[in-house]
Design a protein around this ligand. Sequence first.
Ligand code: NG6
Ligand code: CA
Length: 548
Amino acid sequence: MTDLKTKLSLWAAMAAGVAGTVKTATATEAGNKTKNNPEKPNVVIILADDLGFGDIACNGSQGTIETPNTDRLAAEGVRFADAHATAATSTPARYSILTGEYAWRRPGTGIAPGDAAMIVTPEHKTMPRMMQRAGYTTAAVGKWHLGLGDRAGAQDWNGVVTPGLKDIGFDYSYIMAATADRVPCVYIENGRVVGLDLANHPEDSIRVSYSRPFPGEPTGRKNPERLKLQASHGHDMAIVNGIGRIGYMTGGGNALWVDENIADTITERAVRFIERSVAAQQEAKKTGAEKPFFLYFCTNDIHVPRAPHERFVGKSGMGARGDAILQFDWSVGRILGVLDSLGIAENTLVILSSDNGPVVDDGYRDRAVELLGSHKPWGRFRGGKYSIFEAGTRVPAIVRWPGRVPAGRLSEAPASQVDWFASLAELVGEELAEGEARDSRNHLAVWLGKDRKHTRGREYIVENAGTLSITVDGWKYIAPSGGAAKNHDVNIELGNAKEPQLYHLTEDIGERNNVAELYPERVAELAARLEEVRRLPDRRGEISDSKK
Ligand code: NG6
Ligand code: CA
């Protein structure tokens, strides 16, 4: 029997060794750039909401859904088979992207209400700040869901909501505070609600509460006759645009969004930011002070409530969920089209992914379940959104950078969104300070599609959905948990069990056979490895810790 201690020190050596290899390999592989003379392409992250691995045609769903623009991106770039969000819901997954830290290290990073205080705070060292350091103009457009202001429930929705995104590194922002199913149902541009005209309409003053209804205001619970889209569970508080929401609000008037127009509105704002940035680049050419841009564009699709624009209604044959996928794909096409027409596609790195896995019924009777047919949003994987099983976090991921990322390539390297931070830092030539993006590792070679088989890929993937799991070399260990095995409202297996679970993904990608009892040593090793990751104090601490 192998001594566990020896194994653990092997692990540690491997972790340190792998990190070392990546540094040298990427510096040469990424081409002629050096730390002193890095390339600085424009960077666009397109982050879908709840888009499952199997929701795009290029991931094997030809015949059930058409996503030509997303497929085009894949044909021109690298598509990932084993890329992960760090969590199976939005707030923690997005927290990890923007901070390079696992959300489970921080309390208060679960699904945020719409009046949450900032979860990524001005004290955080954030990805957009790092990009600003590198000389980028930065923007966030679309779904936010990481809190605003410094005190929950105390935001001034009628004035300036502050601190806000400019305080964490976004020069420009045009956002929805949380999700489309959470109040306040308004867009916020650079801290101010868009379209609020209190001088002429003081009655539109916005009030938000997540604890009690406003007297006299209809609610989904009391007034279902006012709903154009009935809830299947929850979503029975404020009614906005004929749709029941989570949380109560009054006022807003013309500032209230119209769900059917959200994709058009936010995509257009993303396009305008790109256009403005390119115009500024052209102007600055004269002085040699051109600034590349970084755009974090988070679509509302395909989160609930799914109320796509009428030009998509009925087009997928799969109901609102499928139509929302078509709408998402349209947004992708619109962004790609603008990069083409401005002549900047070659100089723009595009990353497309999703914040977590798919759910079919997430609280509204939009007929997504009835009309799903043979479409498999989760692909070959078990579970879905909220689940520690693979479909919770194994998400679509595509990276395109013409001429620099091989076209039409499939990568099987294990990859995690937590690494975007350090990998982009490597790309743009920024050193990371101690404590900055502590869980993020530079895997630029993987993300640029040059390392397809995880010879230098992530040595472990940690997933988070109530409990934690760790996957190494195709073996996945799920830590025991007292949570429910299934969420019956959404009809998703959450993967919680009181016993340890071990799946050999290499042979059992569907996580059908728990082989923990057959391989107790492997269970112990992986549990110890997970514990080690849990204990990592910071980037430097990992190495000194590992050498002990
Ligand atoms: C759940 C909501 C669900 C969705 C989710 C967050 C209910 C019953 N369900 O609590 O509809 O909003 O939170 O999704 O309210 S996420 O993708 O933003 O994480
Ligand atoms: Ca989500």
